[in-house]
Design a binder for this molecule. Structure first.
Ligand code: NDP
Length: 444
């Protein structure tokens, strides 16, 4: 049995319930297998892969909070500090009822390679809670955030671990979390969390960064085949932060974005979104409105209970959640002549869908590379906070563009060197830097 397989099998045996973590570990280990084989003796001697798949630390804590009727509830909080070899742990906080330790491990593991790819000094982490913000009042959300930070603060810091937002955690929650951190610490360490408002150390372009970055990565993928984004028909899923940023930049660059979705179904706009519709996405998200509201407002088709992948488009950009594109969807995309899937959400394609897509001529832009723009601008936010200085919108956007071009170039270079797909090339590029740092720092 190969070294990579041994590690994977042990993982499944040891943590049988962590299915999403198995999925990402398998994907990464398989794609870096050529590098593992080249360096097997060195890696085995230093237990490099054993260390790579084990978080440096996982913190689990209770989060009691009081609702508006004075009733106390208890949720579980998590922070997984997966790999700090190249910088302080960095990764978002997710508030969603589906959150378990396995979800956090999957996301923190992915984050390790993504952060490495950005070329910036940030390690991999992730956190969150099974708290469901939907249907909660503003005061309940604030009380939850205060309680969550009252435990989390002792594990984080600007040079230690720097959380940010993710599903269910946006600017409002970041404000409440930072407010409580500042109160407890009694000093102004605003580099401890990113995604802040501009008034207390946020960065220009951070809300747009993930979606803009995806679009810049997509442009690189298209340029690589002597093509361009202008005039392309694009299906986007979700209607949240990532979907909004991607739609905004894609529309600006002349693409036709024809779908948006949520768990209830999708809307179809054959003429493509315009600026007004992109702007309205913010209202949908801010007020938790169902996507059908969007269809009603603009008199568009709403397809209930289905995913947008059944429509014939040139490019598909999943921006909702993990495993939102499965094997039957992949078959449909191949049938419809889709040329590119550029992954906005983390791990949107199931393993069999990924395999089918890549075997059947669709180029896949992997999420670890394509959606790294968000964390890259978060790292730029940390730099600005350290300098006590702000860059202009143009400066941040130019840096983001440069980072996304470099991520594509590295992924492509590795895929050529090792004769692999672009996704595998991205994993290899991310892994090599982390592995080098781990080996050079001794066996921690
Ligand atoms: P948001 O919560 O802002 O938006 C998520 C959107 O997807 C919402 O419209 C949500 O609808 C929809 N959605 C959720 N589950 C499903 C489902 N099963 N089927 C269809 N639609 C669904 O999150 P973000 O946009 O921030 O994040 C989206 C993805 O991108 C996640 O995978 C996240 O980890 C990843 N990501 C985010 C980054 C960021 O900077 N925000 C950075 C890198 C990755 P509803 O609200 O009705 O549930």
């Amino acid at each position: 049995m190969s070294y990579a397989n041994e590690i994977y099998e042990n993982l499944v045996k040891k943590f049988p319930e962590e299915k999403e973590f198995h999925q990402t570990a398998k994907e990464v280990l398989e794609s870096i297998s050529v590098v593992i084989e080249e360096n097997e003796e060195l890696y085995r001697k230093n237990a490099l892969l054993e260390r790579l798949v084990e978080p440096e630390r996982s913190v689990i804590f209770r989060v009691p909070w009081e609702d508006d009727n004075g009733v106390v509830h208890v949720n579980t909080g998590y922070r997984v500090q997966f790999n700090g070899a190249i910088g302080p742990y960095k990764g978002g906080l997710r508030f969603h009822p589906s959150v378990r330790l396995g979800t956090m491990k999957f996301l923190a593991f992915e984050q390790t390679f993504k952060n490495s790819l950005t070329g910036l000094p940030i390690g991999g982490g992730k956190g969150g809670s099974d708290f469901d913000p939907i249907g909660k009042s503003d005061n309940e959300i604030r009380r939850f955030c205060v309680s969550f930070m009252t435990e989390l603060y002792r594990h984080i810091g600007p040079d230690r671990d720097v959380p940010a937002g993710d599903l269910g955690v946006s600017g409002k929650e970041i404000g409440y979390l930072f407010g409580q951190y500042r109160r407890i610490k009694g000093c102004y360490e605003n580099g401890v969390i990113t995604g802040k408002a501009l008034s207390f150390g946020g960065s220009k372009i951070r809300p747009e960064a993930t979606g803009y970055g995806i679009t810049y990565f997509l442009q690189e993928m298209l340029a690589d085949r002597n093509d361009k984004i202008e005039g392309k028909t694009i299906a986007i899923s979700g209607c949240g932060n990532v979907a909004w940023g991607a739609a905004k930049k894609m529309v600006e660059l002349g693409a036709k974005v024809v779908t948006l979705s949520d768990p209830s179904g999708y809307i179809y706009d054959p003429n493509g979104l315009n600026d007004e519709k992109v702007e309205y996405m913010l209202e949908i998200r801010a007020n938790n409105l169902p996507i059908e509201t969007f269809a009603k407002k603009f008199n568009l088709e709403f397809v209930k209970g289905k995913r947008p992948w059944e429509k014939k488009v040139d490019i598909v950009v999943p921006c909702a959640t993990q495993n939102e594109l499965e094997i039957e969807d992949a078959k449909k995309l191949v049938e419809n002549g889709t040329i590119i899937i550029c992954e906005g959400s983390n791990m949107p394609c199931s393993l069999d869908a990924t395999e089918y897509i890549e075997k059947n001529g669709i180029t896949l832009g992997p999420s670890k590379a394509a959606n790294a723009g968000g964390v890259a601008v978060s790292a730029l936010e940390m730099s600005q906070d350290s300098m006590r200085y702000h860059w202009s919108e143009e400066e941040v956007d130019a840096k983001l563009l440069g980072i996304m071009k470099e991520i594509f170039a590295q992924s492509k270079q590795m895929s050529v060197k090792y004769n692999t797909t672009l996704s595998q090339g991205a994993n290899i590029a991310g892994f090599i830097k982390v592995a080098d740092a781990m080996l050079k720092q001794g066996n921690y």
